[in-house]
Design a protein around this ligand. Structure first.
Ligand SMILES: Nc1ncnc2c1ncn2[C@@H]1O[C@H](COP(=O)(O)OP(=O)(O)OP(=O)(O)O)[C@@H](O)[C@H]1O
Ligand SMILES: [Mg+2]
Length: 305
């Protein structure tokens, strides 16, 4: 195995402590961002690894990206090099403080164009506070469904179908579902699919599964291949062509506070996430074209009628 670290200078800013980002605070060039949640209530399937590296890969191709860490474990926060001791405000404030704007909570990371709203221990209590809160399912939606200076907002969800996760599903346009290529991969998935269906019916009719992502794939393990085949049979074209291989570099990177794409850009895991970002951008173009066509169709119908 290649043990050289390929730290891309292009991708990394000088390693300063994350600070509030001026651009995002002034809100130059605000637009309606595209909102994606990385969700699966099953633990340890690669949600955070996907959130961090997908966000980095999108930033690397010039998109302005905000990652929101909704998990009290805070793995996306520390994986991006934000120290717990530096955190003043967090995703908790995004949920509960109507006076704050997402861009004000965002802190810059070592990756140019990538910002994070960190997690904090307060998020652990958010679940209980939400139970009695007014419009409790819409807290995140109300904070994010407005013009903001980002192309993409990606939320890393906790491993549960809690009220915090529900807030993410109500807020976003689409979900990316990471699935670990192992025996129990499909277990619990029907529960997630039913939840998505309920969210569509009651809160967010446009919610879509953006794609299903096969993670920790090991081609030498026949079970991995069998699971990948099963998932493709079940979800068809929703499964991304890109498969994330099992790669130790992906698990090492967070301990350096770096996305794997920065830690070792040439490792197979980082390369896979770069391919995933390209595939997602391609899907996005198709989705936009389809939306435009249906809008044109509606206009033509109105004009004709
Ligand atoms: N493709 C991979 N190859 C090797 N290790 C991986 C890979 N993807 C993730 N890991 C490691 O597996 C563990 C779980 O990954 P991760 O934290 O991304 O999952 P998660 O779904 O966010 O977990 P949780 O449900 O606890 O939030 C981590 O130690 C991570 O570094
Ligand atoms: Mg996680």
């Amino acid at each position: 195995m290649n043990s050289t670290k390929h730290t891309s200078k292009d991708l990394v800013k000088s390693p300063v402590a994350p600070s509030r980002d001026r651009d995002s605070m002034t809100g130059g060039g605000t637009k309606m961002p595209r909102l994606l949640a990385i969700a699966n209530q099953k633990g340890g399937v690669g949600k955070t690894t996907t959130a961090v590296n997908l966000a980095t890969a999108l930033a690397a191709v010039g998109k302005r990206v905000l990652l929101i860490d909704l998990d009290p474990q805070g793995n996306a926060t520390t994986g991006l090099g934000v120290k717990r001791s530096d955190i003043r405000k967090s995703a908790y404030d995004l949920l509960f403080d109507e006076a704050v704007d997402a861009a004000q909570l965002a802190v810059s990371t070592k990756v140019p164009g990538l910002f994070v709203i960190p997690s904090s221990m307060h998020l652990a209590g958010a679940e209980i506070e939400l139970v009695t809160a007014k419009r409790r399912e819409y807290k995140l939606r109300e904070a994010l469904r407005r013009p903001l200076p980002y192309d993409y907002i990606i939320t890393d969800c906790p491993p549960s179908l809690s009220l915090v996760t529900l807030n993410a599903l109500v807020a976003v346009d689409a979900i990316v579902v990471p699935l670990q290529c192992e025996f129990y991969a499909l277990e619990g998935l029907s529960h997630l699919v039913k939840t998505i269906e309920k969210v569509r019916q009651h809160f967010n009719p446009k919610l879509d599964i953006h794609g299903v992502l096969l993670t920790m794939f090991d081609p030498r393990n026949r079970l991995s291949t069998a699971v990948a085949d099963d998932v493709r049979e079940f979800f068809g074209e929703k499964v991304y062509q890109t498969v994330i291989p099992r790669n130790v570099r992906l698990s090492e990177a967070p301990s350096y506070g770096l996305p794997a794409i920065v830690y070792d850009m040439k490792c197979p895991g980082a390369q896979a996430y770069i391919h995933l970002a390209a595939e997602i951008i391609k899907r996005e173009k198709k989705i936009n074209e389809a939306a435009m066509l249906s809008q044109q169709g509606a206009v033509a119908m109105l004009e004709a009628g």
